[in-house]
Design a protein around this ligand. Structure first.
Ligand code: AMP
Ligand code: MG
Length: 423
């Protein structure tokens, strides 16, 4: 069933039906549900996967109270009172992995290495550098010490029975180390999203064929598949589909069967929208939105079958902007995580004035650098046309100019999203 068969185009920004970036994203997130399936995977390939079970520790970490430094293990009750010294006999050594297991008598100590479990009865480690070695395997100890110093307590990291990670967690490198410390090697995660990618347009040529007047080589599929490859997803490459209803229908039907998400580019602006709209309207719900964003104004979103469909604009810069702003948050949502990476937005000073109209969010391409005082500064890449892909290539960040903002003067603070931190 078709809901809003309007036909947005790239130029008119003052249509009352235009929706804000936030409204568009909220509508998308409201309608999409996380995938249900799970699978068991080995920890070494679980980075960026979404945990599907609570992870509970069956023991304390660290398992034993152990030395935090190299030094001497003693009983704190043998420490000298203030103003006095004491002498300890060193009766053995404890190494990481090789505990000292004999008994220890008053005024005795054990040489101990970092990570070695504390011998029974001892509770304090004197740092090597804080004692004086005496003849006959003895050490001289001053009055600067206190009970329990330089000791890592059993369970101080994780307590037995504690839930270490909850379902929905997007697994980070540190998480994988943490899980490994529990002795676990396989975990249950949400299954990977299957994502179909296609380019549409009669004018789009595949690489390897001779160029022709009025035609251009497909670039969107390559940018899109490259950003998708950073995620643990399965990509289905549907190539280029011409502006032909029956071929579009065939491609969409197949993609609906085989994937969770379909991302197409092109064919969502005036005139062209007809095909995508007509075909998808027969297969499920589809909306065509005019979003107050530049570039990226026309955006199609729908749910044909059990899939989510994103019809991105054809312009190569608009494709990347709408991917990061709408598709990526939707993918994290569908992957089932409640801890998606933060968008790496931070303030920087613009070295030049920026043209901007209020009433839409603009993603200009910027070059971020550090000025002589060590502060972030940004300039644009020059031409900001949404078809100028070289601007994306030249840029190392988006300059994000908020909805209400008007022209920005040189020296003002703007928000930047560095590409290096965008997943
Ligand atoms: P459309 O949204 O289909 O009207 O396309 C808008 C502009 O983007 C047109 O100039 C298209 O030629 C261009 N375009 C569409 N798809 C691609 C693609 N896959 N690669 C490069 N440019 C494209
Ligand atoms: Mg087209």
């Amino acid at each position: 069933m078709s809901t809003l068969p309007s036909q947005p185009n790239c130029t008119d920004f003052f249509d009352p039906r235009t929706i804000s970036v936030t409204t568009a994203l909220n509508r998308i997130l409201d309608r999409l549900r996380p995938v249900k399936g799970c699978e068991t995977v080995s920890l070494d390939i679980a980075l960026n996967r979404v945990l599907a079970e609570p992870l509970v520790s069956s023991f304390d970490v660290p398992l034993h109270t152990n030395a935090a430094v190299d030094g001497f293990a003693i009983r704190s009750r043998d420490l000298p009172p203030s103003g006095q010294t004491a002498v300890f006999q060193v009766i053995g050594e404890a190494l990481a992995g090789h505990p000292f297991s004999d008994d220890i008598a008053p005024d005795q100590s054990v040489a101990i290495m970092t990570g070695a479990p504390l011998p029974d009865e001892t509770d304090t480690i004197l740092m090597q550098e804080h004692v004086k070695a005496l003849e006959g395997n003895r050490i001289l100890v001053g009055d600067r010490h206190h009970a329990g110093e330089n000791v890592r307590r059993a369970g101080e990291d994780i307590r037995q029975g504690e839930t270490v990670l909850k379902p929905g967690r997007l697994l980070t490198p540190a998480d994988l180390g943490l899980i490994a410390s529990l002795g676990i090697i396989e975990i249950k995660v949400k299954r990977k999203l299957k994502i179909a990618v296609l380019s549409t347009g009669d004018e789009i040529l595949p690489q390897g064929v001779p160029r022709k007047p009025g035609k251009l080589y497909d670039s969107n599929r390559f940018s899109l598949m490259a950003v998708l490859r950073k995620l643990p997803v399965e990509i289905l490459d549907y190539g280029i589909v011409p502006d032909d209803p029956s071929l579009l229908r065939q491609a969409f039907e197949d993609a609906i069967d085989r994937s969770d998400v379909i991302i197409s580019s092109g064919g969502v602006s005036v005139g062209e929208a007809d095909y995508t709209q007509k075909v998808l309207a027969e297969l499920g719900t589809i909306d065509f939105w005019k979003v107050a964003i530049k570039p990226g104004r026309p955006l199609a979103f729908g749910q044909p079958g059990n899939s989510a469909f994103f019809g991105l604009p054809g312009n190569p810069v608009a494709v990347m902007v709408t991917y990061y702003r709408f598709v990526l948050p939707a993918l994290y949502h569908m992957a089932g995580t409640d801890s998606p990476p933060l968008i790496p937005a931070f303030p920087a000073r613009t070295v030049e004035a920026l043209r901007k109209k209020p009433g839409r969010t603009e993603f200009q391409r910027g070059i971020l650098s550090v000025d002589a005082e060590g502060r972030w500064q940004v300039e644009t890449t020059g031409q900001q046309g949404s078809g100028i892909l070289s601007s994306m290539s030249l840029a190392n960040c988006f300059i994000v100019l908020e909805h209400e903002r008007a022209r920005v003067e040189a020296g003002e603070t703007v928000t930047v999203w560095p590409f290096s931190a965008l997943m």
